[in-house]
Design a protein around this ligand. Structure first.
Ligand SMILES: [Zn+2]
Length: 170
């Protein structure tokens, strides 16, 4: 699965020539913008979220206050245990989240990127079905989401804006 995500990111980076020459450690760091990658490999789905942490957490540093720690813990719990609440697949597919989810903050000076991975195991392959992406609806600070999808049918890249629930084709 890891290989598919790396391949997907490579394909997408080649496609976005506007980011060429930007070699900062955090990559293209635009507040309110994040990327969300979905890789479907048979019955397994790999998810990867990456971008400025401000859009989801409202801050860009390691959590300091009790309030910030709570925000971080709430996100971490949701991502690691209920990612299906953010990325909803058809119930008939019988998808269950695996125990391998990770979420971390990559701090660089006054800025930080949130990098998170999760995976799902399904009874039936989600390829060809539709998923509901609830990231923009759940996190008001997130204004724009670049969604990269890789399935056996090919790779697509879509930019989603606004805070509506959005359907994406897998
Ligand atoms: Zn920043």
């Amino acid at each position: 699965m890891r290989f598919f995500l790396i391949l997907l990111v490579a394909v997408v980076n080649i496609a976005s020539a506007d980011h060429h020459g930007d070699h900062k450690a955090l990559g293209a760091h635009v507040h309110g913008h994040m990327s969300f990658s979905v890789a479907v490999d048979g019955n397994t789905v790999g998810l990867e979220l990456d971008g400025p942490s401000e859009g989801i957490l409202g801050f860009e540093h390691a959590p300091k206050s009790a309030a910030e720690r709570k925000i971080w813990e709430d996100f971490e719990k949701k991502w690691k245990e209920e990612v299906i609440a953010l990325f909803a697949l058809s119930k008939e597919l019988g998808c269950v989240q695996e125990k391998d989810a990770q979420a971390k903050l990559e701090v660089e000076g006054k800025h930080a990127d949130l990098e998170a991975q999760a995976s799902l195991k399904c009874a039936q392959s989600p390829s060809g079905t539709k998923a509901q992406l609830l990231m923009l609806k759940s996190y008001k600070g997130l204004k724009e989401l670049e969604v990269n999808v890789l399935t056996d049918k090919g790779a697509t890249k879509t930019i989603l804006k606004g805070n509506a629930k959005v359907e994406i084709q897998l």
